[in-house]
Design a protein around this ligand. Sequence first.
Ligand SMILES: CC(C)(COP(=O)(O)OP(=O)(O)OC[C@H]1O[C@@H](n2cnc3c(N)ncnc32)[C@H](O)[C@@H]1OP(=O)(O)O)[C@@H](O)C(=O)NCCC(=O)NCCS
Length: 253
Amino acid sequence: MESDHWGRWQGGGHMQADTLEELYAMAVRLGLSRAWLQSKPGRPWRDHYDLTADKREQAIALGAIPITARQAARRNSAARRAYLDTMAERLGTARLELWPLSPAAAAALPDGRDEAARLIGARLPPAWPGRAVLGRAIPMQAKARQDEARFGIWVIVRRDIGVVVGDIGFFGPPRQGAVEVGYSIVPEHRRQGYMTEAGTALVHWARSQAEVDTVLARCDEDNQASIRTLERLGFTRTGQTGGQIQWRFPGMP
Ligand SMILES: CC(C)(COP(=O)(O)OP(=O)(O)OC[C@H]1O[C@@H](n2cnc3c(N)ncnc32)[C@H](O)[C@@H]1OP(=O)(O)O)[C@@H](O)C(=O)NCCC(=O)NCCS
């Protein structure tokens, strides 16, 4: 707790931190229940605990840094801006919403699932993220600058139940006008047309970016689900090597 994480103090006051984990950890040290967190949906930058004057003194003794009301207002407004920036790029389809996974949410995974869910703004099913994304894509997303995150992982959220049903995204910013797409839907939500819906939206988003001309894809030659999905999305095969099929969108003229 080295910087100005802490909210307004008037006798007692608000206790805030940069991450939910950090806030929970201090709450536990102060003997507060995690459940006393004051949190409003869609406003994670304001998460706090209300402290009595005694608890405030205890928190300071444990390393909390008191700040003025003006500093707290500045901190909250910077945290709000950072959060809203990550939410600005959002695509809606009939049943789904898609947006780039924020680097902060990626950094919270795999252990800080509560924190990640809070930053994403949707519930996470146990099967998400799958091993394939956790291994490489999530750590890369955690290191991405905010403006690079849109060429990384996007979460796919079912609007009716507010649950992440999968992910789709790119293996990095465009190279010579080309991006490569990858995707997955958690097992219990497969075969309901979600990837067709999400893929259509994201491929069109990619094509609308000035720096993108072509969207590429690869899949194993025995991955029938992926082959059929790419066909549904309008990709055409361009080759087959090493057990993999290469695809592009749009097809060659
Ligand atoms: C590939 C995957 C994302 C498809 O997601 P989905 O939401 O189930 O796909 P959709 O419901 O939109 O189906 C798209 C098409 O694929 C077909 N399909 C889906 N699963 C299939 C399967 N297991 N076998 C054969 N066809 C399948 C659908 O019938 C549909 O074609 P149709 O409209 O002609 O009937 C999903 O199976 C998955 O996550 N697989 C594991 C991860 C993976 O392989 N990712 C791709 C790596 S290249």
